[in-house]
Design a binder for this molecule. Structure first.
Ligand code: IPM
Ligand code: MG
Length: 366
């Protein structure tokens, strides 16, 4: 079968890591008899440079036409790039937020999994790591502070900025259902994270999540305050299965969770709506400091492509093959620089660059 993949290479390390993910997809195509055709879509800084806008209507239409979209990363150095001299709605990130909203991508799945082979890169002590951890952060992606009204204005002679955190029960219900559905296919535990001791939006969140939980008697539900969750992630990460949370909390907690897996360069993500369509992107950023050096870790993007095979195309066998190939290269001790072990163990592994890592993974797809 032929699949139409929209591709947003974007900025920074984006084009380098996307190239490797396409290499892996093409190998999947060869081995399993599919074809993937790619349609390059402009978004972020490259789009600003070409069109003056971080995301054009034409780009949105291209994304809508695709079966799924694979993305690298967008944005640059916020203190030095001219993109950040522009008004906020014209900056690279505004393109991503607009795309998420236009395509109604309300469910963001961010798996954080510790590969046994990467224990050495994990900053936590062995006794904390225990048998490792495997959690799925379900982040609401189209509501909350990111999309509420915001304004900066003078009020009684004082410069004042305001951001609004709004959620309605329908927005909470649909992400909660997704969270419970996913938990059912995993270890059947949902930790719903909020700040219900302070925020009204969190109190509504908790109420709606409890209502949804009634339809999932086989799934255990617990509530956790977000500050406590930040602590528990480094104290006992193994306790988590599905973490269900709102947009801003999910943004912060997913970076934290990624780092305890060893590197943000390992973390894939999927942003889904209520159709088969999805936007797949590594959780890490554009890393402008290492862009163009050929050293970025492409694994997060390759694993995002695997999520695309699984969630948008229902190609589970193919997705398994990609995930196994990643595991295999790690087992064979190949590492990009971000997942190198500490000094004394360096001799036992081989450091490789972005393209070589892509080759090694592609070769192991079968
Ligand atoms: C992410 C990123 C984005 C976000 C930025 C680039 C707007 O940090 O996907 O986590 O905050 O959602
Ligand atoms: Mg983030």
């Amino acid at each position: 079968m032929n699949y139409q993949v929209g591709v947003i290479s974007g900025d920074g390390i984006g084009p380098e890591v996307v190239r490797e993910a396409k290499k892996v997809l093409d190998k999947v195509g060869q081995v399993f008899g599919h074809t993937f055709s790619y349609d390059e879509i402009l978004m972020g800084g490259v789009s600003i440079d070409a069109t003056g806008m971080p995301l054009t209507e034409e780009a949105i239409a291209q994304a809508q036409k695709a079966d799924a979209v694979l993305m690298g990363s967008i944005g640059g150095n916020t203190s030095t790039s001219p993109w950040y001299q522009l008004p906020p709605q014209l900056r690279p990130e505004a393109g991503l937020l607009k795309l998420r909203k236009s395509l109604n991508l309300f469910a963001n799945l961010r798996p954080a999994y510790l590969y046994g082979e990467l224990k050495e890169a994990c900053p936590l002590r062995d006794d904390i790591i225990g048998d490792g951890f495997d959690m799925m952060i379900m982040r609401e992606l189209t509501g909350g502070l990111y999309f509420g009204n915001r304004v900066t204005e003078e009020r009684d002679g004082v410069l004042t900025a305001e951001d609004t955190l709004t959620y309605n029960e329908n927005e909470i219900r649909r992400i909660a259902k997704r969270g419970f559905d996913i938990a059912r296919k995993r270890r059947k535990k949902v930790t719903s994270v909020d700040k219900a001791n302070v925020l009204d939006s969190s109190r509504l969140w908790r109420k709606v999540v409890e209502e949804v939980a009634k339809d999932y008697p086989d799934v255990a539900l617990e509530h956790m305050l977000v500050d406590n969750c930040a602590m528990q992630l480094v104290k006992d990460p193994g306790q988590f299965d599905v973490i269900l949370t709102e947009n801003m909390f999910g943004d912060i907690l997913s970076d934290e969770a990624s780092m305890v897996t060893g590197s943000i360069g390992m973390l894939s993500s999927a942003s889904l709506n209520d159709t088969k369509f999805g936007l797949y992107e590594p959780s890490g950023g554009s890393a402008p400091d290492i862009a163009g050096k050929g050293i970025a870790n492409p694994i997060a993007t390759i694993l995002s492509a695997a999520m695309m095979l699984r969630y948008s195309f229902d190609l589970d066998r193919e997705a398994d093959a990609v995930e196994r190939a990643v595991q295999q290269v790690l087992k064979e001790n190949y590492r990009t620089i971000d997942i190198m072990p500490q000094e004394e163990k360096k001799a036992s592994v081989t450091q490789v660059g972005t393209a070589k890592m892509g080759d090694l993974i592609a070769e192991r797809i079968k």
